[in-house]
Design a binder for this molecule. Structure first.
Ligand code: AVJ
Length: 328
């Protein structure tokens, strides 16, 4: 046991490209135009996201890291002895190391299932993690965790053992979901993790300038991340977006309490994709991401509505970010 092998139903490349094509055609065919942010994360997009996490303006990663470091012992206590850990949207598998290091060897988690949509990125990260934690069975799951059928293999692996299961969903990725989707995800997680719990990182509502800067960094990495969607559509789907003729636009929308990212057409232009033509007027938008911000009480109420019993919450001095333990 212990090798980094794929379990579950890996997204086959062809099927993934077909889904991207279908969703992008649908996105460009409706008004207003919008597409799910999961399509940012091909290998290049995941690497750009890792760079965002290092930016001086992007406080969430750094702040969450500090919270996890300061409370790692309490968190390990909540997770319990010899648990199976499922991480949703695991990315580069950096944060789990911090938690793993907080356990004494006899209580250390036994199996770790990082779930991520970006298979290549996940596979190499899983190999590195297993090399550094040889006692830990690392079982990457290349899947869209919003699709329960893609988690069937994972659910079966968890069921096959009597270990306690705990989830880890850091980074405020939950902020990408509309309120209905966030509740649906939490209900799915509560089912999968029954008898255990979920550790969730949640970005907080705050003064809008801080939010604005976090999504409009001076080096333009966030802009490159947003525009990468178009580059990816060109490479994978044979679309002909002229990436230079689109601009990154991100702003905080206080009524919905979310940062919105859009790609705006800098001129009137026509784009070809999958044998069709899509006209953009000058200033026309493709909405690429929402990043919802929460109050601590608001998030706890959402968790309760999804069937969790909220436990301790940890935050930083400036109350920029929060980490919640939820019992399932
Ligand atoms: C990974 C969804 C938490 O919303 O802050 C970072 C993605 N987008 N900069 C976020 C993102 C632009 C990030 N999440």
């Amino acid at each position: 046991a212990g090798a980094a092998e794929f379990v579950g139903s890996p997204l086959r490349k062809g099927a993934a490209a077909a889904e991207f094509a279908r969703d992008l055609v649908a996105a460009l065919s409706k008004t207003p135009r919008s597409i799910a942010p999961k399509y940012f994360y091909d290998a290049a997009g995941s690497a750009l996201f890792d760079r965002i996490c290092e930016l001086p303006e992007y406080y969430p990663t750094r702040t969450e890291w500090r919270i996890l470091t300061s409370h790692a012992h309490d968190i390990a206590q909540c997770m319990g002895s010899r648990a199976d850990i499922v991480e949703f949207g695991a990315g580069s598998l950096a944060k789990i190391r911090l938690l793993l290091d907080a356990f004494v060897p006899r209580d250390a988690p036994r199996r770790y299932f990082p779930v991520d949509i970006s298979a290549e990125h996940l596979d190499s990260a899983a190999r590195k993690l297993h090399a550094d934690y040889p006692q830990l069975s690392v079982q990457p799951v290349a899947a869209d965790y919003m699709k329960e059928e893609q988690l069937a293999g994972l659910a079966a692996s968890l069921e096959a053992s009597s270990q306690r299961r705990v989830g880890f969903f850091p980074g405020s990725t939950i902020g990408n979901f509309d309120p209905d989707e966030a509740a649906a995800f939490l209900r799915l997680a509560a089912r999968l993790l029954r008898g255990g719990g979920l550790l969730v990182g949640v970005d907080l509502v705050k003064e809008p300038q801080t939010l604005h800067r976090a999504y409009n960094d001076a080096q333009g990495v966030t802009a490159a991340f947003n525009l990468n969607l178009l580059r990816r559509a060109n490479d994978e789907l044979g679309a002909d977006f002229d990436v230079k003729k689109f601009a990154h636009y991100a702003f905080y929308e206080p009524v919905k309490q979310r940062v919105e990212m859009h790609l705006l057409s800098l001129c009137a232009q026509t784009v070809r994709l999958a044998g069709r033509e899509f006209a953009f007027e000058e200033g026309g938008s493709l909405h690429t991401e929402n990043s919802y911000k929460f109050t601590i009480e608001g998030f706890r109420a959402l968790a309760v509505s999804a069937g969790f019993v909220p436990g301790p919450v940890w935050t930083d001095e400036a109350r920029l970010f929060s980490v919640h333990w939820l019992e399932s």
